[in-house]
Structures are given as structure tokens and as C-alpha cells.
Design a protein around this ligand. Sequence first.
Ligand code: KG4
Ligand code: ZN
Length: 343
Amino acid sequence: MADEPLVLGIETSCDETGIGLVRGHTLLMDAVASSVDEHTRFGGVVPEIASRAHLEAMTPTVERALAGAGARLADVDAIAVTAGPGLAGTLLVGAAAAKAYAFALGVPLYGVHHLAAHVAVDQVEHGALPQPCVALLVSGGHSSLLLVPDVATEVVPLGATVDDAAGEAFDKIARVLGLPFPGGPPVDRAAREGDTQAIFFPRGKYDDGTLDFSFAGLKTAVARWVEARERAGESVPVADVAASFQEAVADVLTKKAIEACRRHGVPDLLIGGGVAANSRLRAMAEERCEAAGIRPRVPRPKLCTDNGAMVAALGAELVARGVEPSRLDLPADSALPVTTVSV
Ligand code: KG4
Ligand code: ZN
């Protein structure tokens, strides 16, 4: 609705410069400039390269977002920015830009938590979030289970990875299999031709009674299996390894997510983060949720990976709910706790 405030969201926690424009639950524009290609040859994100790329991409991406939404900077009613967690240097670039825009326009500024933003973005896809809901957030930087009584004010951590993030495991397995970085999409594609039951890889913390995850053992098991084949001079069945590995990841993630819903009596499960783009995870979540009487909510893949729309979506919710804005000297905090929805 045209009378709802127009919120500009800025996301720079990793390698995506994301600028989103949201009014209420309506996404007007989502512009992303990624520096991922500059990191490919290093096999992972190089923070200093990412920071410089954000600096160069910021103004053009804001302009592209405004043009796409048919809006001018003067139309913006509030600025939201990822205050953390993320890479310290890249967060700083976003926070500095957000402060400058907020100060210059004379509009309120909201520093928000990256994970809460991954949850809030679903409102521009499927409407108001059920309260409470359980959120499974899986990406290159995080693997978390959250209880979300109210995305604007209260997020409770239920579990997280004790070692690697799920996306990190995809990236490392891709490397072992000679597939490019980031590893999620090529592993997903290779797995389509493979047999999910070809090899049984270990599922970390599967029956330990916690809602935590562990992917380091799985990653090592896959690497050892591949090395053993190579040492024996045998060819590596890339598709089968990819499919069996992906099966193990999807199995633990969905098992624990459904367990979280059961324990807390919550019938709605939201899945977000880059790994939520995974075709097997999406299919298995749908199947298992249906069997358990749980309603899954998964935003479209473009809204699952890091973007500015998610930050704008959370900003819009904070504005609508009358949550107090942040101070202009808000800190960028690379280790911002998930219980802090806005700073
Ligand atoms: O949310 P995101 O864009 O950035 C972080 O906050 O990390 O997630 C990126 C991660 C990468 O590790 C990438 O390999 C993974 O998400 N990813 C996938 C798929 N698409 C992206 N993992 C599995 N299957 C996919 N289709
Ligand atoms: Zn993320």
C-alpha cells in the first residue's frame, strides 16, 4: 500500500552487496551485486576483496534498486542495515553507507540481525509469519535452528552447528570433487544424476538429543572416501558421491528441524539461507513436513541467499511495529547474538 513507509535495506555481511526496497509486505526491488567471481580462485571469500567490492558496488546498486522500483532517494522513509553477524570489514561498509543515507535524508536507521532478516524475508513471499514459527537457517556462514515467537522482537536460539556450516561443507566437498566455488549449486546439479544410496556417509549428532549440527565428520568422511578411490587408481563417481553427501546433509537438517517443531509444539517451519536453495533439501523437507503435519515455508531461492530485500523486510516490520530505531553511531558487530533482533 502506498501509504506504508518505504524502507531501503542494505546487506553487506559477506560477498553480496544487497539493496532491497520494501513497503509493508511488498517487495518493490531487490538489487544484488556479488563479488563471488573475485573469490573463486581462492576457494573461499577473501574479506578484504569483499570489502572493497562493497565500497565500489554500493552507490550503483542503490541507484539500480531505486530505478527498478521507480522511486527516488527522497521517497525513502527509513534505512535498515545488517549490523551483524558477518565479516567485520564488510559489515562496516554497509553500516557506514546506511548511516550516511539516514543522516542525509533525515530518516530513522535500523541496525538488524542478519539471521532475523533471513526469517523476515518470507513475509514478502508468503505474507505475515505465523507466530511462533521455527526457522532452519542454513548457509555458508551459519546453520541454526531458531524459535521465533516474534520476528520483530524475540528470537530464541535452539541449536547451531558446532563446527562447519552446511554451506561450508558443500563448498569443501565441491573442492574435493573438482567442482567450482561456491559448491552448493554444482554439487546439487551433479547429484541429480547420482544415487543417493550409493554410499552411506555419517550423519553427525544424529541421535544425540540436541538440536545442534555437526558437518566436520561428514566432510572428512567424504574426503577420505574420495582419496581412497584416487589412491587405488579408480575413477571417482562424482554424481554418486554428490548425491550421497547431499542426502546426509538433507537428512540431518530435516530431522532436527522437525524435532524442533515437535518439541516446541510449533506447526510452521521456515527454511532460509543459501542452502535452502538445495533441491534435495527442499524436496525432503516437503515430504517429511507433510508426514509430520508441519507446514513448510521456503522463500524462492533468490530470497534465500543473501540479499537486501531481507533487511528491508525486517526494517519494514520494525517500522510497522513501532520498534525504536537504532542510534546513528550503531556498531557493526561481527558476533552479534541472535537474541538481538535490532540494535
Ligand atoms: O546465504 P548465502 O548466500 O550466504 C551466506 O550467508 O553464507 O549462502 C551461500 C551458501 C554457499 O555455501 C553455497 O554453496 C550454498 O549457500 N548454496 C547451496 C546451494 N546454493 C547455494 N548449497 C546447496 N545447494 C544449493 N543449491
Ligand atoms: Zn546469510
